[in-house]
Design a protein around this ligand. Structure first.
Ligand SMILES: *Cc1c(COP(=O)(O)O)cnc(C)c1O
Length: 228
């Protein structure tokens, strides 16, 4: 067993243990966040059984995708989206978690190749009112969700959020609960959603407890990122 396959097994075991402890009924999937990791590391995790990977930077992701075309990877985009990158994202990813405005959604739909399945998308919500964080305010979600539901090449699946990192479990719980409430409110309004993308290395057990269906994990799987 390699270090990565050991860590992968540990994370999957933790996910199961947390689900059991909290009677969590939802399906929880691990998304391996491979930003700043080389293609060789992705290949190693893939060989260990992990097939869903997430990237934050388009150019970096495309370079790795070219090296990994022999693998059946499901690629997710989770980074901030510049409008001049929408076409590449629409062409080269199955999922986008970080939609935060109408214009980006429209461009992704307009440039999604017709031969591919609709792009599976989440709206990024910002429940903390921090301007720097990115994401849609809770009271703007329904309008954006309604618009996305009319776009032929996008399939709205749910919400994503990146709450401020904290080791305080109470605070983690409060932050994820707010996201969960936004998600439940949309469902109550009739939106058919099944995806809550919350939780990273430092807080994923709490996210699962609050209903996460995707946890996005980088450091706990691959070790510290080395930006050079
Ligand atoms: C980097 C990143 C992650 C993974 O963070 P870790 O703390 O390394 O697990 C998850 N989600 C997003 C949006 C990220 O940018």
């Amino acid at each position: 067993m390699t270090i990565i396959s050991n860590r992968l097994q540990d994370i999957l075991a933790t996910i199961d243990a947390v689900k059991t402890a909290h009677n969590a009924a939802q399906n929880v999937q691990l998304l391996a966040v491979s930003k700043a990791q080389p293609a060789s590391v992705i290949r190693e995790a893939y060989t260990a059984g992990q097939h869903k990977f997430a990237e934050n930077y388009v150019q970096e992701a495309l370079e790795k995708q070219i090296e990994l075309t022999d693998l059946d990877i499901e690629w997710h985009f989770i980074g901030p989206i510049q409008s001049n990158k929408t076409q590449l994202i629409a062409q080269h990813f199955s999922w986008v978690h970080s939609i935060d405005r109408l214009k980006i959604a429209q461009r992704l739909s307009d440039t999604r190749p017709a031969g591919l399945a609709p792009l599976q998308v989440c709206i990024q919500v910002n429940t903390s009112k921090e301007e720097s964080k990115g994401g849609v305010a809770p009271d703007e979600l329904a309008e954006l969700a309604t618009a996305i539901n009319k776009m032929p090449y996008l399939k709205l699946r749910g919400l994503m959020a990146i709450p401020a990192p904290t080791e305080d479990l109470m605070l983690q719980r409060m932050q994820f609960k707010k996201v969960r409430e936004c998600y439940d409110a949309l469902i109550a309004q009739g939106f058919e959603l099944d995806t809550l993308s919350i939780g990273m290395s430092g807080d994923y057990p709490t996210a699962i407890e609050q209903g996460a269906t995707f946890v996005r994990i980088g450091t706990a799987l691959f070790g510290a990122r080395n930006y050079t």
